[in-house]
Ligand binder design. Structure first.
Ligand SMILES: *Cc1c(COP(=O)(O)O)cnc(C)c1O
Length: 358
């Protein structure tokens, strides 16, 4: 079976882990600091704070920007639950807004209607690796004096006209979970515009301490280990080449299938194809079984809108989100696909199109 995702762990990662294990220094230290420095090159040299997961990174972003109890944060509902969980975990309320059906990202034209006197921030998601419409969303944030946070968990190296994601907002969160475009095993990076917010994030990560036993605030233990940081440093050297391969694989598929089937890429946007996601308006389950029979793995991200999940139970009507949940299927485009596997995927899609053509 061609898997939907495959973490790429090579000799350099294994050597890096060995080096750290032999050094005996395992808890957050020099490797983590180097990883932060090296990662900052991906985000216009912004201040980076490594933590133990993408979800922790989101939480640290919110808390470091002063978002807390009673604050409303506008989020999409068509996303992974962590986007909304992070808001709820700091005591805030996620306010769900529908998506643009062409890009699957939050629809900027619907945001203003969701703003109330309690709104503090907009937390966008660059879903599947495609940047949200940051130009329009930044304008809304300025007009209404709102903070802007980017959930960039799926979008390492994505950009709009060469401006990288992670540099549009006041803060951004990346994930290094094994299925993401690069991994540390588990891990995350919080990225900040202001050095002051970054300092707060460093305190929150480590019990509120900068100097040992001089606790300044109440903090967590969200530290990344040296082992995970060493894996991340090795991955950083390869992530650009992997991204180009993802874009190549996606482009090859898009060229071979009908245009209405393939994902939209707005002009000037660099879609890094964390997922290659298509809409199957009819007989989706049959399509998934058809792929399985051909040895092609696939997955539905996401089958249930976050606002319909048990913790958020909301009666909101978000028709494009509901429709996307019923129609989407993601198919493999990860960088370890062979050209033979790519051909298998393309032939299967072409055959399905033929079988279902009217
Ligand atoms: C993966 C993911 C997260 C959470 O990252 P973890 O490292 O798994 O905690 C948050 N938001 C989105 C959109 C994600 O895909």
């Amino acid at each position: 079976m061609i898997p939907i995702a495959k973490p790429l762990i090579g000799r350099t990662e294994i050597r890096a882990v060995k080096r750290v294990m032999k050094s005996g220094a395992l808890a957050q230290g020099a490797e983590v600091a180097s990883f932060e420095n090296e990662f900052s090159r991906l985000v216009g040299d912004r201040n980076c704070v490594a933590v133990n997961s993408g979800t922790s990174a989101l939480q640290v972003c919110l808390l470091s920007l002063g978002i807390g109890p009673g604050d409303e944060v506008i989020v999409p509902s068509f996303t992974f639950a962590a986007t909304a969980n992070s808001v709820a975990l700091v005591g805030g309320f996620p306010v769900f807004v529908d998506i643009d059906p062409d890009t699957f990202c939050i629809d900027p034209s619907l945001i203003k209607n969701a703003i109330t006197p309690k709104t503090k921030a907009i937390q966008v998601v660059h879903l599947y690796g495609l940047p949200a419409n940051m130009i329009q969303i930044s304008k809304i944030c300025k007009e209404y004096n709102l903070l802007l946070i980017e959930d960039a968990a799926q979008a390492h190296l994505a950009d709009i006209d060469r401006t990288p994601v992670g540099t549009f907002g006041d803060a951004a969160a990346f994930s290094f979970y094994p299925t993401k475009n690069m991994t540390t095993g588990e891990g995350g990076m919080a990225v900040f515009k202001s050095d002051e917010a970054a300092r707060t994030a460093r305190l929150l990560r480590n019990q509120g301490m900068e100097t040992r036993y001089q606790n300044e605030i109440v903090g967590f233990n969200l530290r990344m280990t040296e082992i995970h940081a060493a894996i991340g440093r090795a991955q950083l050297k390869k992530v650009e080449a992997w991204t180009e391969k993802r874009i190549f694989n996606a482009g090859t598929i898009s060229k071979s299938i009908s245009e209405e089937f393939s994902p939209t890429i707005p002009a000037g946007f660099r879609h890094v194809f964390h997922q290659y996601t298509i809409r199957v308006p009819e007989r989706r389950n049959e399509f998934i079984s058809f792929l399985t029979e051909k040895g092609i793995g696939s997955s539905v991200y996401y089958p249930t809108p976050v606002h319909r999940l048990k913790p958020f139970q909301s009666a909101l009507d978000l028709p494009e989100t509901e429709l996307a949940c019923q129609q989407v299927v993601s198919i493999p485009v990860h960088p370890s696909l062979t050209s033979k596997e790519l051909k298998t995927i393309i032939s299967a899609l072409q055959l399905w199109q033929k079988l279902t053509a009217r």
